[in-house]
Design a protein around this ligand. Structure first.
Ligand SMILES: [Zn+2]
Length: 230
């Protein structure tokens, strides 16, 4: 009986507490909704800031630009304060080829930064006005003075953090007439067993080599999709 009495005495107390709790929860739900929108806003900003090449001046009129929302767009853009030109920034394509000679592949030791002194699949930034395969042929020639015949697309590899897309082809080396260039301090043909795996310049090159030797064992060729995120 005493217990029941105490219980009835406590009911109003708990009801009041529950009402307070209820209001607190509503308050936090509203806060959470606001926070959610703020976080979405910052995520978009962060994506732009992390990935953008910071832009200060308009390339058309030289006036300062501001990073701001653009109507009907999903992320802020650099917009000129004067001529209102919207400066879109998009990834760069790095095109390259793995030159093949019998059971060997050609790698170049980088003579320039970044990753100077490390072995790499020859390649570089695609230029305006060329096809991606013409770019690969040009890059191999610039690095090794050797000519290749492209035989297939081997991989497409995204690095969203630094706005790069790699495209590597497989190619036949036309002759063993390669020569050193300012871009390559050493050029060498490697069998799979000879590949210096710890001294490969970039994850994209390692990806290309691994997939190439795997496919060769299976006797197939296919296009691989890869990515590097951190
Ligand atoms: Zn401008």
């Amino acid at each position: 009986m005493v217990k029941l009495y105490i219980f009835y005495q406590l009911v109003p107390y708990f009801t009041a507490q529950r009402a307070v709790l209820h209001h607190i929860l509503i308050h936090f739900t509203a806060q959470r909704a606001v926070l959610h929108h703020i976080l979405i806003h910052f995520a978009a900003q962060r994506a732009v800031l992390l990935n953008a090449n910071i832009l200060k001046f308009c390339s058309k009129c030289g006036h300062e630009v501001t990073l701001k929302p653009v109507p009907d767009d999903h992320r802020p853009r650099y917009v000129c304060d004067n001529c209102e030109t919207i400066h879109y920034q998009n990834p760069n394509i790095v095109t390259g080829a793995l030159p093949i000679w019998e059971d060997k592949v050609m790698l170049c030791k980088r003579g320039i930064e970044p990753r100077k002194g490390y072995w790499n699949v020859p390649g570089g930034y695609m230029e305006n006005g060329e096809t991606v395969e013409a770019g690969a042929i040009r890059e191999v020639y610039e690095e090794t003075l050797s000519k290749i015949t492209i035989t297939s697309l081997h991989m497409v590899y995204s690095i969203p953090r630094i706005n790069q897309v790699y495209m590597h082809f497989l190619a036949d080396l036309q002759a063993l007439d390669y020569q050193l260039t300012p871009e390559s301090t050493e050029i060498k043909l490697f069998t799979e067993e000879e590949i210096p795996w710890d001294d490969i310049a970039f994850p994209s090159s390692k990806f290309t080599l691994k997939r190439y030797f795997e496919d060769r064992k299976k006797g197939i060729r296919q296009v691989h999709l890869g990515k590097f995120e951190w």
